[in-house]
Design a protein around this ligand. Sequence first.
Ligand code: SIN
Ligand code: CO
Length: 417
Amino acid sequence: MPRRPTHPPADAASAANSSSAAKPVTLPVTPASPDLPTALLGGLSPSQFMRRYWQKKPLLIRQAIPGIEAPLSRDALFELADQDEVEARLITHFRNKWQLEHGPFAPDELPSVKQRAWTLLVQGVDLHDDRARALLDRFRFVPDARLDDLMISYASDGGGVGPHFDSYDVFLLQVKGKRRWRISAQKDLTLRPGLPLKVLQNFEAQEEWVLEPGDMLYLPPHIAHDGIAEGECMTCSIGFRAPSERELTAQFLYHLAERGEAAGKSGALYRDPQQPAVATPAQLPAALVERVGSILARVKWNEQDIASFLGTYLSEPKPSVVFDPPQRPLNDARFVSAASKQGLRLDRKTNLLYERRFFFVNGEEMAWHGAKKWLFDLANCRSMSAKRFVTLSHDSSVTALLHEWYCAGWIQVGELA
Ligand code: SIN
Ligand code: CO
């Protein structure tokens, strides 16, 4: 199912927080070694999985997470779908007719759970719930720059989104009830015309399985698939961002222009002292086209510009994201004292990336002179122990920076469990 609805996100100023801000995080998040076999990948190591399956072919993993429970109950998911800043979609297939509606959905706007053949998709649940975030973190053997979000779907019996294909990689993890998945590597990806959602015209399943809680199906882009609930069910879909070449190019040029790097001589204005008088004023002068061509030919960039662009672009929070700064923030000294006892963690909405010379936090680029191991560790583990914080607390530039992030709601006191 395409992950980004085309409608702009609703005003998120009233960002309410869902259930779990104060609840303990129960799943480990420290990235495991990529060479250790893991049940999550059916006994393969992340390295083996990436080599053999990633972007290549599907993989069914029975009991990837045995005993898994849905990060949210059905009712909590419905509550989330009623919030303005949450992207939710309702897909119904009543009387053989596909329909799509965008949220938010008040409880009485959703069909009864006893009614067959409907599904509710809630995007970006990781931004609203720590357990969902922790589940997403299990997939950080893929770089954060590619990890997009965790979507949860609820389906009544017979519900699904129809046979379709996606343009990104996805792990479909069954977390409640059963779903029958049918997949196909077919070349014919023609869509049924005139429908509000992407449904394949000619779907011919090649393989088929019923997934139970804990089972997971990995699909690379463009594998046709159709998942139909057998009884009511919930599925988590862990999806990976894949910007198109066109989007990357447009965004990069915008990035250059914003920084003034594409502006040629600083602030120089276009000049045309040789422009003769014309009798055809509507005609675009050939000399203008030529002159602008030579200005554009001078636009240059280097590898650092590309890294800066990618770091800021990929760490930029989604438009609907609003951080929740502490209502009564601790002052600098109290913050240092609290973090020295309890450690720190990144807020579940924070994106922190780094490369050789810069790091990028929530769309902002910052330079560090020399490697800062603590920063790399914080970015990779999304958490810092109290002990580690103490070793840094003599450096007021570090504590001031972390205090600033804390005041912005980008980090929280208390390390991840
Ligand atoms: C998908 O097919 O991409 C997920 C749809 C769902 O969870 O129903
Ligand atoms: Co899909």
